[in-house]
Design a protein around this ligand. Structure first.
Ligand SMILES: Cc1ncc(COP(=O)(O)O)c(C=O)c1O
Length: 390
């Protein structure tokens, strides 16, 4: 959600004039953002990364997930969620979403095996997962939970911040997200060991920057996915706006939802209407044809809308590297081929999450925007009423 203005420019000008654009030993923008984002997420630690994908991967390393493990991901998410599992050496197992368009706790339970180590609930299009159901299952079956909050930055569930409910949470700050610095990401956790191990994965020089850390369990080869002061400076400004932006969108969403319900439409299940992001209003139809007619009607009235089934690489049937079992650039590193995963491997088929396809083909999402004025919201309401009648 691109909203960058004078405040960001002023902060960047001051940063460049200071010349302190490296995060360690020079600048303080990343340190400040990590402190404040951890606080906003209700967690103890935050580590900035290069992207949401690297946030997911480094958090999985932090949690100790690796070869021999299965990790459950939803059928509806950007494919990076599943690919991050492969990067960590583990096997993604794909489970159905329910009428909330997010992971079904009941279906996760059906797909558990003795190799399941973790679950990645994804708060898609700003809609929170059923975190009570998922955390309850995780507790009963001793599983780790990594929340993918890349599309739900700043949102909440039942009064708690998304990303701060599971054992760790991952965020993206790319161009399309609720807070953006062009490209960027972060993971959060309250567990010190997860944070330290994840930090090594983020920055192979972690020991050098933090010379107190001499622990043996942290001596493994990491990467360089660290955030920059430039990104930190922009995010520090964006963080001041996020709560108000989401509150505005939630208010618009609730108002338009009521319009839809009054017109006889069925809502997508909202797991936490009072705390979610409010970025998308969702309706469910009896058939794909009815969904397409409604969506077309909205677009003809100048209101954006789409079917989840139509969005790029967000449905499992379009995750080519997974569906073709191409898990790495080299077979010796490929989680689908290595011996450690012999028992954890699964078969992927087009029909393995048929219940999801059925729902994703019948849903229509209407994006909100914090810049929408009252007149625009009224126009959207009229369009929803008219399209519902058609
Ligand atoms: C649900 C989800 N997970 C992960 C990612 C990956 O984030 P990034 O593009 O910052 O790597 C995205 C980004 O679009 C996403 O939507």
């Amino acid at each position: 959600m691109y909203r960058i203005g004078e405040q960001e420019l002023g902060r960047l000008r001051r940063l460049f004039e200071s010349g302190r654009i490296f995060r360690y030993g020079q600048g303080c923008e990343c340190d400040r953002f990590e402190r404040d984002w951890a606080r906003h997420s209700g967690t103890r630690y935050c580590r900035m990364t290069r992207s949401g994908t690297s946030a997911l991967y480094t958090a999985l390393v932090g949690l100790g997930v690796g070869p021999g493990d299965q990790v459950i991901v939803p059928s509806y998410t950007y494919m990076a969620t599943a690919l991050a599992v492969l990067s960590a050496g583990a096997i993604p197992v794909i489970a159905d979403v329910d009428e909330s368009l997010t992971l079904s706790a009941a279906d996760v339970e059906r797909r558990l095996t003795e190799y399941t180590r973790a679950i990645i609930p994804v708060h898609m299009v700003g809609l929170p997962c059923d975190m009570d159901g998922i955390m309850d299952l995780a507790r009963r079956r001793d599983l780790l939970v990594l929340e993918d909050a890349c599309q739900a930055v700043g949102g909440g569930y039942a009064g708690k911040a998304l990303g701060g409910i599971g054992h760790a949470g991952a965020f993206s700050f790319n161009f399309f997200k609720n807070m953006t610095c062009g490209e960027g990401g972060a993971f959060v956790t309250s567990d010190e060991r997860t944070y330290q191990r994840g930090s090594v994965a983020v920055d192979c020089c972690s020991f050098y920057w933090n010379p107190d850390e001499k622990r043996e369990d942290l001596q493994f080869a990491g990467h360089n996915y660290r955030g920059s002061e430039v990104e930190g400076a922009i995010l520090n400004v964006q963080l001041k706006r996020i709560d108000k932006m989401l509150a505005t969108m939630r208010e618009h969403k609730k108002e338009l939802l009521q319009v839809g319900l009054d017109a006889g439409l069925q809502s997508v299940r909202n797991n936490s209407l009072d705390y979610e992001c409010g970025t998308h209003l969702g309706f469910l139809f009896g058939s794909e044809a009815a969904a397409r007619t409604f969506s077309q009607g909205l677009r003809e009235a100048g209101v954006g809308s789409f079917l989840p089934m139509d969005t790029g690489r967000h449905v499992y049937t379009r995750w080519d590297p997974i569906m073709r079992y191409q898990g790495a650039h080299h077979p010796a590193l490929d989680p689908f081929k290595i011996a450690a995963n012999r028992k954890a491997r699964v078969r992927y088929t087009e029909g393995m999450c048929q219940a999801s396809l059925d729902i994703l083909n019948r849903a229509v999402l209407v994006p909100m925007h914090p810049n929408n004025r009252r007149s625009r919201v009224r126009q959207m309401a009229r369009a929803i009423r008219t399209a519902a009648t058609a």
